[in-house]
Ligand binder design. Structure first.
Ligand SMILES: [Fe+2]
Length: 417
């Protein structure tokens, strides 16, 4: 594959080696860090945000970053802030998958407007865009592609970051991760300083999501929580959050999909997404995210649908090197029995659940013909292997294993290797 874009941090061989080495248990035992935003949740969240903003500046300059679809929600935030004397500007140019050009345009607006608060209102794309626009605003001479988890960024000299999600799934409001598109490829970066200062979780902001988007974004949250729990990067802080998120998704996602006006289900799903976000931001997500990113890029599959599809297969893959899945089986009430049978039952529980919320469980179901799939398989494998998430996999990622995982997922076979 020829690359027509600058190099990102995860492509640097030194950084790749370092990331793999940092995952060793001997290194992880030396330190645990846990980053989390201040969380304002519930129907009064916007009122709580007004108090928080007043505590930052009497008359703050607030730049809201959003897209045209959810701009009305951004207007609602602006209308809540302006009467208190804050100056609010809305930038609604965010596009899905966030091309780097959008970041550059947003950074130019930020430089001119000089906000003290940057607020993202939207799904993962708006929040991811806001993070990198914020970096460009704070450090105009710094190349965001070189954001390196091991080096301080030095943000918060000019502004703080607030995230107000309008979907329940990406968890971006609680993570330091951002995914952008450059040269036709999805590139991701992460840094603890990019964790927003505030996450504002008002369930009313997610009420407009149609059933399919509700299902797909909910499965993204399930993938984050499951991957975090099974990851070797998990710790005592992340495990309970991951399990709670898994519980909430199993309980409330079917309700939120069946009836978008079910505000109890919306509320619980928003909390689940945030909990899962905190869990994977402080642990890691699983290889399902590498496999899903690649499938999304090659065949244009929605992120949540793609990673949700791979979650049971990735679970089976990682189970070969760790028996932590047995704790998850206990948590979900899988019957006692031989470990391999419990693993199969656990994978089937996830497959049944994914099917029940109307999402695909095999690549074949996506309408991708076998010849098309076989023809693009080498590209799928290569993209997944170079994905930064693969560096964090509990079971090492290899081309041969990834190829088999794709093939098993095409046919819907339980992983047995
Ligand atoms: Fe995700």
């Amino acid at each position: 594959m020829t690359r027509q874009r600058p190099t990102w941090w995860a492509e640097d061989p030194f950084n790749r080696t370092l990331a793999l080495a940092a995952g060793a248990s001997s290194v992880r035992g030396l330190q645990t860090a846990f980053f989390v935003p201040r969380i304002l949740a519930g129907a009064q969240a916007l009122n709580m945000l007004q108090s928080a903003v007043a505590g930052i500046a009497a008359a703050a300059r607030v730049l809201i970053i959003t897209d045209q679809v959810v701009r009305p929600l951004a207007e609602r935030v602006a209308a809540a802030l302006r009467p208190a004397g804050h100056t609010v500007e809305i930038l609604d140019g965010v596009l899905p998958e966030v091309p780097v050009e959008v970041v550059e345009q947003g950074a130019a607006v930020a430089q001119q407007f000089a906000p003290q608060l940057i607020m993202a209102v939207g799904g993962g794309s708006a929040i991811d865009a806001a993070k990198i626009i914020w970096v460009r605003y704070e450090k105009p001479d710094f190349d965001f592609r070189q954001i390196n988890i091991l080096e301080p960024l030095g943000l918060r000299k000019k502004a703080l970051l607030v995230a107000i999600p309008t979907t329940a799934g990406t968890g971006s409001e609680a993570t330091g991760a951002a995914v952008l598109t450059e040269g036709g490829q999805k590139m991701s970066t992460t840094h603890p300083e990019l964790v927003p200062d505030f996450a504002v979780l008002d369930p009313a902001f997610t009420a407009g999501m149609p059933p399919q988007l509700t299902a797909y974004t909910g499965l993204d949250a399930l993938s984050h929580a499951t991957g975090a729990f099974l990851s070797h990067w998990a710790n005592e802080f992340t495990d309970p959050l991951a399990l709670q998120a898994i519980d909430l998704v199993f309980q409330y996602l079917p309700r939120a999909v069946a009836d978008g006006a079910d505000m109890e289900a919306r509320t619980k799903m928003q909390l689940a997404a945030c909990l899962a976000g905190i869990a994977f931001a402080n642990a890691a997500c699983g290889p399902d995210h590498a496999l899903g990113h690649s499938l999304g890029k090659v065949f244009g599959v929605h992120h949540g649908a793609a990673v949700g599809l791979f979650t049971p297969y990735a679970m089976g893959y990682v189970a070969r090197v760790s028996d932590k899945y047995l704790k998850l089986a206990d948590w979900l009430g899988i019957e006692p029995g031989p470990a391999r049978e419990r693993l199969a039952a656990l994978c089937r529980r996830y497959l049944d659940f994914t099917r029940a919320v109307g999402a695909p469980t095999t690549i074949g179901e996506l309408g991708i013909t076998r010849p098309d799939f076989e023809a693009r398989l080498p590209e799928l494998v290569e993209l997944a292997l170079t994905d930064g998430v693969s560096l964090l996999s509990r079971r090492p990622a290899t081309a041969e294993n990834y190829r088999r995982l794709y093939q098993y997922a095409y046919d819907g076979l339980l992983v047995d290797f």
